[in-house]
Design a protein around this ligand. Structure first.
Ligand code: SF4
Length: 460
């Protein structure tokens, strides 16, 4: 059993999270009530679903909760603010959960001076402490490789600073903007693209900057899609979030609002009835989350996603391809099948951005293409995410997939299917064909070079 000492909170966290301090009881977020309280209020049909989810966790999760946190009652464990206050943030605390030599501790202390540590007790309880290569551990616990390979990559690979039009608002594509409300996250993912922000010590966008952001959106009628991101915007209290969401919803030309959050994965207790009731008022709201491994799909995570879906908030998943975490066909297939079971759509699989301090987790681009190739045809298309690279310097997302076009001649395509069998496909020529560069359908250097011998024989 491990004794937890609540973490001191940054002043702004106290202010905006609310309820974590006795100074402002009005700010107490609804998460104060335990999940079990909420369940008692649910109609019987809903209770049944929660019951089923508990019986059949898609990830077949094992947890060390009772080994390490056995003295924490459900009322605290299921309280997101308790989880948030008791994040593990120091190497000295890690020693209570993982065997670490003195030398390893010293190395990790060095790493955390540059890239801090933060993991919720809930997420930590999903780690197998006896496996140094555990895929959950790799996402949460620092590695000395963050420093030894730290010279590789860029601080801001996506060039977000260049596309920032007013503080906190990135406007790269004509019809959508990304709003960064805070840099606070319940967990600091070791592969985070915005690792550069971690040193700034926890901030929440002040009201004057939020006003300038909303003013910009109001004045740009081409903006139909607003993405609220961070850090993690759900670290803010419901009251604060509602104030901002309602003002965005009040802008006539904004059609949809998207929220980017990892709370359903790292602290699903945050997704309570009061949050969902508030979100339901301002739809259409879409939520993008970030599951990377099937073991993250716990009964708690499933329940969080179920609540969102029942509130009319569709949930999509954006996973990141990570070495030793999910870089195989099997791992991705299990993850995506698990997501579909909880009605979450596998949306994107991102090539890990070239961020300083993440090189050890990055994979060759070919790994992602091979994974998609290994899934396509072997499982339903609904289970297959789009593999994308987010290009450096603000180039935007580019989808990558295996090349199935072996050759293109006048009026015909030569295609291979998922089994490598080759097919000739007549391309209609009688109607006007759009003007396309000659290599669009058959990219340069493709085709026969990658044609398996057996398939090449079939095609001739
Ligand atoms: S939740 Fe997202 S923004 Fe926060 S640390 Fe993880 S990857 Fe970065």
């Amino acid at each position: 059993m491990v004794r937890l000492k609540s973490q001191p909170m940054h002043k702004l966290e106290k202010c905006y999270l609310g309820g974590c301090s006795n100074d402002d009881p009005e700010e107490e977020p609804p998460g104060k009530r335990s999940i079990s309280d909420d369940l008692e209020e649910e109609p019987p049909s809903r209770r049944n679903i929660s019951h089923v989810l508990e019986e059949e966790p898609p990830g077949k999760t094992t947890t060390t909760r009772h080994r390490f946190f056995g003295d924490i009652p459900d009322s605290l464990w299921n309280n997101w603010k308790w989880q948030f206050r008791n994040r593990i943030t120091r190497v000295e605390q890690l020693v209570q959960f993982f065997p670490l030599s003195t030398e390893e501790q010293a190395q990790l202390r060095l790493v955390t001076m540059r890239y801090p540590l933060s993991v919720t007790p809930y997420y930590l309880s999903l780690i197998n402490p006896d496996d140094p290569d555990d895929p959950i551990r790799k996402q949460a616990i620092p590695s000395p490789l963050e420093m030894t390979m730290g010279s590789m990559g860029l601080e801001d690979p996506l060039g977000e600073k260049e596309d920032t039009v007013v503080p906190g608002l990135i406007h790269r594509y004509p019809d959508r903007v990304l709003l960064v409300l805070t840099d606070i996250c319940p967990m600091l993912c070791r592969h985070c693209t915005r690792k550069r922000e971690w040193r700034n010590g926890g901030w929440v966008r002040p009201p004057s900057e939020v006003a300038a952001i909303l003013d910009y959106i109001s004045q740009h009628k081409s903006i139909r899609d607003v993405i609220i991101s961070g850090g993690d915007p759900l670290t803010l209290s419901n009251r604060h979030l509602e104030d901002i969401i309602s003002r965005i919803r009040g802008i006539k030309h904004v059609e949809i609002i998207r929220i980017g959050t990892r709370f359903p994965v790292v602290l699903p207790q945050r997704i309570d009835n009061e949050l969902c009731t508030m979100l339901a008022k301002y739809g259409p709201i879409w939520l993008n989350t970030h599951f990377n491994h099937v073991r993250e799909i716990t009964p708690e995570a499933a329940k969080a996603c179920d609540r969102l879906l029942r509130s009319g908030v569709p949930v999509n998943n954006q996973s990141v391809l990570l070495r030793g975490v999910n870089d195989s066909v099997e791992a991705q297939t299990e993850l995506c099948h698990g997501l579909l079971k909880i009605k979450v759509r596998p949306y994107y699989l991102f090539q890990c951005d070239e961020v300083q301090g993440t090189e050890h987790l990055r994979t060759p681009v070919e790994t992602g293409i091979k994974i998609i190739e290994g899934m396509r045809g072997h499982t339903s298309g609904l289970a297959i995410p789009t593999f994308v690279i987010d290009l450096p310097r603000g180039g935007g997302k580019v989808p990558l997939q295996p090349n199935y076009v072996l050759a293109q001649t006048e009026g015909e395509l030569v295609l291979r299917n998922y089994e490598g069998r080759v097919f000739h496909y007549r391309n209609p020529t009688t109607l006007a064909r759009p003007e396309l560069p000659a290599d669009v359908l058959c990219p340069a250097g493709s085709a026969t070079a990658s044609l398996p011998q057996e398939a090449a024989a079939n095609s001739s």
